[in-house]
Ligand binder design. Structure first.
Ligand code: NAD
Ligand code: UDP
Length: 339
């Protein structure tokens, strides 16, 4: 099994789950947004390390060598850049990394005769759906930024690929909002610089690294005016990947599954739940809406339950407790504490 981007936040949790399930794992990561410490901790947790190659999914020669030299039957493809704001500033970098990188990966897979692929997509491909909850058969929409468009483009490329060659079997996993960390507090999300996403921001405020949270808008047509999202525990997400991989053995073509819980929480509900779990206060102020944000977004997860036998089991309190354990044990993420 090749896992691209396996040193990253979601990838490291999936690598752990794969190793625990007895799979043989090769991680390819260029460490552009991660560190090897995540995989060292995976080894601490399960007593086994994945094989690791530092390299880039855009490096065709390297990919050809890996497919030739290693036993790879399937690919889980997490590698990509994911900062929405940065993608607006640097669209070519995002398209090159996320779109061209995925094309190169698929070319190398096809050349090597490996046709099983699990792709990290996102609920952002739905754009602004007219109703909730979001089902997989809703038409894809118009993502509001280059990051989102890169995900939609890769989905469409993978559909074309599957039409051209029936041996492909592909899972497009549309994640809602991944949060949380392994319950040990040893691996978790380690954003570089100021976090863009809500929960890493809240936890850095709680730990005292940031002063206050800006709540982007309190005049949305939602329960309390703040944005509503479907937050899903990364351990549940990891479990969904293993189930999707197993299901692909009996499926052809492109399969789309939402990975969400089916429940939405507002920004204010998230703040209060985090305060309860951490015993810390999270000062915030109301700020203007953030460009490109939608009011609310949550999944209908029924298809994944029906077809994969998967459903998210961890609730909000557990998401918050695990996030806090990771954040308070590792205030500087994977970087060693300064002496
Ligand atoms: P992450 O940044 O922690 O992990 C991505 C990993 O890919 C990093 O380790 C990075 O070093 C590596 N990488 C990036 N470009 C690479 C390249 N060209 N070659 C090799 N390695 C490369 O992000 P994550 O949160 O773990 O996300 C994993 C995937 O899931 C991404 O594709 C992301 O777009 C997608 N996704 C994430 C979220 C989220 O909220 N975290 C939501 C939906 C989809
Ligand atoms: N959000 C916020 N302040 C922040 C970051 C996010 O109020 O500093 C809000 C954001 O407007 C959205 C929700 O929190 O309603 C989740 O945002 P995030 O960026 O984590 O995920 P996404 O927008 O991609 O769903």
């Amino acid at each position: 099994m090749l896992v691209t981007g396996g040193a990253g936040y979601i990838g490291s949790h999936v690598v752990l789950a794969l190793l625990e399930a007895g799979q043989d794992v090769l991680v390819l990561d260029n460490l552009s947004n991660s560190s090897l410490e995540s995989l060292a901790r995976v080894e601490r947790l399960c007593g086994r390390a994945p094989r690791f190659v530092e390299g880039d999914i855009r490096d065709r020669a390297l990919l050809d060598r890996l497919f030739a030299e290693q036993r790879i039957g399937a690919v889980m493809h997490f590698a990509g850049l994911k900062a929405v704001g940065e993608s607006v500033q640097q669209p070519l970098r995002y398209y090159e990394n996320n779109v061209a990188g995925s094309v190169t990966l698929c070319q190398a897979m096809a050349a090597a005769g490996v046709f099983r692929l699990v792709f990290s997509s996102s609920a952002t491909v739905y754009g602004e759906p007219p109703q909730m909850p979001i089902r997989e058969d809703f038409p894809t929409g118009t993502p509001t930024n280059p990051y989102g468009r890169s995900k939609l483009m890769v989905e469409e490329i993978l559909r074309d690929l599957s039409l051209s060659e029936p041996r492909w079997n592909i899972a497009l996993l549309r994640y809602f909002n991944p949060v949380g960390a392994h319950p040990s507090g040893l691996i978790g999300e380690d954003p570089q610089g100021i976090p863009n996403n809500l929960l890493p921001y809240i936890s850095q405020v709680a730990v005292g690294k940031l002063k206050e949270l800006a709540v982007f808008g309190d005049d949305y047509p939602t329960v309390d005016g703040t944005g509503v999202r479907d937050y899903i525990h990364v351990m549940d997400l990891a479990d969904g990947h293993l189930k999707a991989l197993a299901a692909l053995a009996e499926r052809n073509g492109v399969n789309v599954w939402n990975l969400g819980t089916g429940t939405g929480y507002s920004v204010l509900q998230m703040i209060h739940a985090f305060e309860q779990a951490s015993g810390r206060s999270v000062p915030y102020r109301i700020a203007p809406r953030r460009a490109g944000d939608i009011a609310e977004c949550w999944a209908d997860p029924a298809l994944a339950e029906q077809e994969l036998g998967w459903k998210a089991r961890r609730g909000l309190a557990e998401m918050m407790a695990d996030t806090w354990r990771w954040q308070s044990n590792n205030p500087d993420g994977y970087r060693p504490a300064s002496a």
